[in-house]
Design a protein around this ligand. Structure first.
Ligand SMILES: Nc1ncnc2c1ncn2[C@@H]1O[C@H](COP(=O)(O)OP(=O)(O)OP(=O)(O)O)[C@@H](O)[C@H]1O
Length: 244
């Protein structure tokens, strides 16, 4: 398997305070990797550095062969982000939102229609394609937000807390959408829902105070912590930092 992301001593300091501390992780192409950690652990800062929204203080990350320090523009062509705060135009329909994004990426009218239809079909949005975004439930809005991020055909997709605030049914429906992308895209997910990480991830990294304190498959992490339940393993690994 080829690596999609390799970070080397990736570090971010804010006014001398270290938010991400010499992070070394590797994510293989086509896998779903979850970054977990308690509030303030450094997950969002890591995602922001990997998606070139902020510059690392030191160290580097290589995404699909390109350095975030030296080739940020090339990295941006290969990735996309479905952010926590949705970037949907509420007065537009689902189709109009997607066609608008196609325009930003330089598609002409007929190619926009074709690409939009393809993404609508792939993400199961057909029944709501003509609904105004503002009339959609939170779950549908998140699905539209992911669809918008897929218009550019990114090799790597970042999903920052994609199911935050969704009810349990909508959350599980979104899991199906995310599962349907597995293997086709490299996905980096942050979440506070441990059951979600356990159910969806190929590999999980656990961060505490800016450092990666454990990494492995959900089964490996449970075995490392000597726990049957993932939640117990997570707490133990956060506190003890074993299992690297
Ligand atoms: N722009 C900023 N300026 C100063 N400090 C910051 C900034 N952004 C983040 N931090 C600090 O960096 C640390 C890591 O924050 P970060 O948001 O990456 O954590 P997180 O794991 O994503 O947390 P959460 O789960 O609450 O979203 C925290 O101590 C935070 O206060």
């Amino acid at each position: 398997m080829k690596p999609a992301i390799i970070t080397t001593n990736l570090t971010k300091k804010y006014d001398g305070k270290t938010a991400v501390d010499n992070l070394n992780l590797m994510v293989n192409q086509g896998e779903l990797y979850s970054l977990l950690g308690v509030n303030g652990a450094g997950k969002t800062t890591t995602i922001k550095m990997l998606s070139c929204l902020i510059k690392p203080t030191s160290g580097d990350a290589n995404l699909c062969g390109c350095s975030v320090q030296k080739e940020a523009l090339k990295v941006k062509e290969k990735i996309n982000v479905s952010p926590q705060e949705t970037a949907i135009a509420m007065q537009l329909s689902v189709r109009e939102n997607l066609e608008f994004i196609c325009g930003i990426y330089g598609h002409d009218k007929s190619s926009s229609k074709k690409k939009t239809t393809e993404v609508i079909e792939n993400l199961g949005l057909s029944e709501i394609e003509h609904s105004k975004a503002r009339t959609l439930s939170g779950g549908w809005q998140r699905r539209l937000s992911i669809a918008m991020a897929l218009i550019s055909d990114p090799e790597i997709l970042f999903l920052d807390e994609p199911t935050l605030g969704l009810d349990v049914i909508a959350r599980r429906e979104l899991w199906q959408t995310i599962k349907s992308l597995k293997g086709r895209k490299t996905i980096i997910l942050t979440t506070h829902y441990l059951e979600e990480a356990e159910s969806l991830s190929d590999h999980i990294g656990i961060m505490t105070k800016g450092r990666l304190v454990a990494s492995g498959t959900p089964e490996e992490l449970k075995a490392d912590a000597g726990e049957d339940r993932f939640e117990e393993a997570f707490v133990k690994l956060c506190e003890g930092g074993i299992g690297q």
